[in-house]
Unconditional design. Sequence first.
Length: 181
Amino acid sequence: MGPVIVPLTLKILVLATVLMAAVYDLRERRIPNWLCFAALPLGVFGNVLLLGLAGGLSSLEGIGLAMLIYLPLYLLRGMGAGDVKLMMAIGAAVGPLGWLQIFAITAIIGGVLGIALAFWRGRLFETLWNTRGILADCLHLRLPYKSNPGLHVKNRDALRLPHGVSIALGSLAVICFGVFR
């Protein structure tokens, strides 16, 4: 995959958005709607203004790709709606190829942080067992949180990692050290 062209103003928009989201997610365990609903149209209009019709189409494709991948995770109760809206806002700013890069690094960082948190809390074996159960339920077209209520993102006993932090770290890594130009 070659370099993805993202104008500096849109990179700044993404960084400001994900940093605020991470702080909110750490403090309140949620990502506020006002943040996502402000960043998403700014990403679309910024792309149109800076890159024309092609930028606008790329922005819409980035939103669509984020929805395609993140909405099912929300419907499975594996993450909150704020995570979905935040990734849609990022897609609006960086388009589909940029979003895929951020998604990939975010997934790796989230996986590492999740394993570290499970280990730290003495729940690594339980987490690995639950992962097996999630995969089995999905293969049998069952909702994992129905067979194991502890998997529901809103369950107070669930081992939860604020995904906004992983998204912020993934975005920072790709924008600051990745192949964006």
